[in-house]
Design a protein around this ligand. Structure first.
Ligand code: PLP
Length: 961
């Protein structure tokens, strides 16, 4: 008997990637469908998705490819990028990522698949890493409180402008920007200033603050140190003068230079900002990298973004947590200090570890070598008769070559080096950690001069100004001295990663966050030098592969969302929101409707919405939520009526933040349009819509998507992200653009929203690969299984916990909210108790108290298989039974496993005087020692940490007491 022949074409297809990405296989899906009460995925989605939004399901995307094929395609794209040595500077520098950090952080899922550390007990590793980062920034800048982190240098400077206005004494007047500021920073500041009515004045401050500007009032001053041309100036006189005027002073500083130069804080600055890219983070054609900000103590509570602080746990042990969380946009909404949510955690961890690995002396040695090369380079140019614009510099010199600049840049390029074409007469040259003698020779040759490195070295002094040499110490904490061998570093990284719960341990069922698979194939290309080593302002013809990938991804996302045009520039959802609202603002103004400034936002919206609206110069008006959880349509009509021709936009999340497909969405959109307003659909939750409906087709004018949610970019412990926006045709002229890269957006655009032309370009291959691997069919199935998973959990948990909101057919969308409030009321067991008890069961808690206090929002995603979904449901059901024991009095109300959760190993080994057993504590129902996750600390006292704010590495004696 001969075996049946399988055709080669079938075999060549291999296992479709879709089957790797989607957790439940066909048999599991059938079981889940039976539980939910439907016969097929199509039947389920037909019932769950409202009729009114259907009709645009078809995705014109290429068919799915295998992993091998996609890697080959990425390789071909990479090969079309030309990696030259970059000496362009402007805040982006070559750097050598220590391979121990590259492999064990950047390429390690224990770090990159982690979530934002809102549950600090299971995030101690990354919180410690971020505290190191904050300590590096605080020490080097000489300002005591640093956050972790900001999105890039340009936005950090813009945040400093907003902070200056918030905390300063001068409320009117201008924001004064040093002419030596990086050009992209100036542009980002201008984009942000315009809608908030701030006037930005750029001026040469080398001779002080011009009297006519001082007379107008100055609320803030921004200085660049060293300047964009490379010059290092003593900023103290300008800072003192600015303070006399009552201004808050920000210094944008290069951290590597600060290892040798007097810190901004010591010069009198109130705020320091910048990027940490050159601390081991690849340039990535613009990002992602961690921006930083540090401030004087008195501004700590106004600092934008996340701040890691030290507190203690229930056993009195030192523990880390996010401090002052009540400042966040989640809680403060339109009164928030900024709209930053997703930041750049993974990159901040890398930069912090770079400093841990090199230590203060290692960093200073890198800085000294960089400086020496620049000094020798300058000496060679001068000896060859080339005039330089300044005498004091750190790593960058600007050469004056009247009429010859383009020619010099072209010659250098032929020799494999990119220089900065500042203008027709000036060329900038920056040295960095990767610069070699050969590079100096190539640069000299491009200028037509000859140089002898050793001879010049012997004859040349340093070019750092004597009065600005750093005398203060930095990085004195033991952590910057203890991990200097690779063995020690490897083990330090491993020990921190082991403290944390990430997707490599189990599911993270966070509603509104979409913690799905970040496939290895998708991640592969990110660290290839052809994607990692490109400078964002490299000539476009060196980035042909990148640009092709970018434009393909823009088109794919436009197809998925039903919009005419997509911009990939925003580097987080919050930034997409701002970009989208600025487009709407510009559109109204172009129509002469300058009075349209009211932004309607439902009460249940994500906090970033309101915060972004304020940044876009809008007035936030809250629309009520109906009993059902939907937008209160009567209230919406009333608000539309009330605000008449002031209405600018309705910002609404779809599916709603309550996890349901609201049926009246098209009606809502139409009402807003009829009143002359625009509709912004927050598309962060697109995981329920891809292949099922398109916001651009059901009435919305603009949406942002979160590629770090729906499109597989990992969360990185709280960043990086990409928050592209899609717009309909009429808003396309108002997308972001970029002064250094005309092809990055329309000429009529609103200006840059990020420092780099394509934002976090370095991680776009991830989403591109996901779309390629899944194809139209796979993407649609992913959404369907995501909806199935959420409904499966809702159905399984419903007998035990009420499911708060449902839509058509009693179904939820891709997430569900379960209500714990009645149980809390009856038994005293809080939502915190449930979340922390889940840790004992081996889970990361779902989203807590958002959008409704006292509830849990669960989003399983399509990637979790049935076994994991069941393990989660069983844990939740077991916890429900535990709550019952507290309610019935069987368990002590004050001393029970819920109240004391999570249980650490050290508590288990200590004196045990609880009325329940050790087994009940750490191996509750069904859990075993096999694969058990042990939290390193017990429940953390948040209030204590906020009262006693410590935001950098605490001294060792504190560890001892
Ligand atoms: C995550 C999220 C945002 C914010 O996105 P970030 O990338 O964190 O800035 C906005 N809206 C909704 C509904 C979200 O879930």
């Amino acid at each position: 008997m001969t075996a049946k022949r399988t055709p080669l074409t079938d075999l060549e297809r291999g296992t479709p990637f879709e089957q790797r990405h989607i957790g439940p296989d066909t048999a599991a899906q059938a079981k889940m469908l039976a539980q939910v009460g439907y016969g097929s995925l199509d039947e389920l989605t037909a019932a769950a998705v409202p009729e009114v939004i259907k009709g645009a399901e078809h995705l014109a995307l290429p068919a799915a490819r295998t992993e091998a094929e996609v890697l080959a395609e990425l390789r071909a794209l990479a090969d079309r990028n030309e990696v030259l040595t970059s000496m362009i500077g402007l805040g982006y520098h070559g750097t050598f990522t220590p391979p121990v950090i590259l492999r064990n952080v950047m390429e390690n899922p224990a770090w990159y698949t982690a979530y934002t550390p809102y549950q600090p007990e299971i995030s101690q590793g990354r919180l410690e890493a971020l505290l190191n980062f904050q300590t590096v920034v605080a020490d080097l800048t000489g300002l005591p409180t640093a956050g972790a982190s900001l999105l890039d240098e340009g936005t950090a400077a813009a945040e400093a402008m907003a902070l200056s206005r918030r905390v300063g004494k001068v409320k009117e007047g201008v924001f004064l920007v040093d002419a030596e500021t990086l050009p992209q920073t100036v542009a980002v500041i201008e984009t942000r200033a315009e809608p908030t009515g701030v006037e930005v004045v750029v001026a040469d401050l080398s001779e002080g603050i011009p009297a006519e500007i001082a007379e107008r009032g100055v609320f803030g001053v921004l200085l660049q140190y060293p300047g964009a041309s490379g010059v290092v100036r003593d900023l103290k006189p300008v800072i003192d003068r600015a303070h006399e005027l009552g201004a808050i002073v920000t210094v944008a500083a290069d951290l590597l230079a600060l290892t040798l130069l007097t810190a901004p804080g010591e010069l009198g600055a109130d705020i320091a900002v910048g990027t940490t890219q050159r601390f081991g983070v690849p340039m990535g054609f613009g990002g992602p990298h961690a921006g930083y900000m540090s401030v004087r103590d008195k501004f700590a509570r106004s600092l934008p973004g996340r701040l890691v602080g030290v507190s203690k746990d229930a056993d009195g042990q030192q523990a880390y947590r996010l401090a002052l969380q009540t400042r966040e946009q989640h809680i403060r909404r339109e009164k928030a200090t900024s709209n930053i949510c997703t930041a750049q955690v993974l990159l901040a961890v890398m930069a912090g570890m770079y400093a841990v690995y090199h230590g203060p002396d290692g960093l200073a040695a890198i800085a000294r070598r960089t400086h020496r090369l620049a000094a020798v380079l300058a000496a060679g140019l001068r000896a060859g008769g080339v005039e330089l614009t300044g005498d004091a510099f750190f790593d960058t010199v600007t050469a004056k070559v009247p009429g010859r600049a383009a020619d010099v840049v072209a010659k250098a390029r032929k020799a494999g080096v990119n220089l900065r074409l500042a203008d027709a007469d000036h060329v900038g040259v920056s040295c960095d950690e990767t610069t070699t003698r050969e590079h100096l020779a190539a640069v000299w040759a491009a200028f037509g001069v000859e140089g002898d490195v050793d001879g010049l070295d012997a004859a040349t002094d340093d070019a750092l100004p004597g009065g600005l040499l750093r005398t203060s110490e930095y990085l004195t904490h033991p952590v910057f001295h203890a991990h200097r061998s690779e063995t020690a570093m490897l083990r330090y990284l491993r020990s921190l990663a082991d403290k944390d719960y990430a997707l490599d341990r189990g599911m993270i069922p966070l509603g509104s966050c979409t913690m799905k698979l970040n496939a290895t194939t998708e991640m592969e290309a990110v660290t290839w030098p052809e994607f990692g080593a490109l400078h964002p302002f490299a000539p476009a013809d060196q980035a042909a592969g990148y640009l092709d990938l970018i434009h393909q991804l823009e088109d794919q996302l436009a197809e998925v969302t039903g919009y005419a045009k997509v911009s990939l520039q925003p580097n987080a959802g919050s930034q997409g929101e701002l970009a989208g609202l600025l487009a709407i603002r510009a559109y109204h103004r172009a129509n002469g409707d300058t009075q349209r400034t009211v932004c309607l936002i439902p009460a249940s919206a994500h906090g970033t919405n309101a915060a972004s609206a304020v940044m876009a110069g809008m007035k936030v008006v809250v629309v009520k939520t109906a009993e059902s959880g939907d937008v209160d349509v009567d209230d919406l009509h009333a608000k539309i009526e009330q605000h008449g021709d002031q209405l600018s936009v309705l910002m609404v999340t779809y599916p709603s933040t309550h996890g349901v497909f609201e049926e009246q969405i098209t009606e809502v959109c139409a009402a807003v349009h009829d009143a002359g307003g625009q509709v912004y659909v927050d598309g962060a939750n697109l995981n329920a819509l891809v292949g099922l409906a398109k916001p651009g087709k059901f009435g919305s004018d603009v949406s942002h998507l979160n590629l770090h949610k729906t499109f597989c970019i990992p969360h990185g412990g709280g960043g990086p992200g990409v928050g592209p926006i899609g717009v309909r045709e009429h808003l396309a002229p108002y997308l972001p653009n970029h002064p250094m890269q005309p092809s990055a957006g329309p000429e009529t655009g609103v200006g840059p929203i990020s420092a780099a032309p394509w934002g976090s370009a370095g991680i776009l291959p991830i989403s591109w690969a996901y779309v390629r691997l899944m194809g139209a069919e796979g993407l649609r199935r992913a959404s369907q299984v995501a909806v199935l998973g959420a409904n499966y959990i809702a159905k399984r948990l419903e007998p035990h916990y009420p499911v708060l909101y449902t839509g058509p057919g009693g179904l939820v969308a891709h997430e569900c909210i379960i209500d714990v409030r009645p149980l809390t009321k009856a038994t005293g067991v809080s939502i915190d108790d449930v979340a922390k008890r889940l840790i004992d069961y081996g889970f990361h808690a779902p989203t807590m108290s958002f959008p409704v206090a006292g509830t849990l929002m669960i989003e399983p995603t399509e990637s979790e298989d049935l076994a994991e979904l069941d393990r989660f449901c069983e844990a939740m059901i077991a916890i429900r039974a535990e709550i019952e024991k507290v309610g019935s009095g069987e368990w002590d109300a004050a001393d029970n496993p819920l109240r004391n959760a999570p249980h650490t190993a050290s508590r288990l080994a200590g004196k045990w005087d609880h009325p329940y057993s050790r087994e009940e504590a750490v191996f509750p129902a069904g859990t075993t020692a096999d694969g058990k996750y042990w939290p390193p600390v017990s429940r953390i006292d948040g209030a204590y940490g906020d009262r006693n704010l410590v935001c950098s590495c605490p001294p060792l004696d504190e560890y001892e007491d």
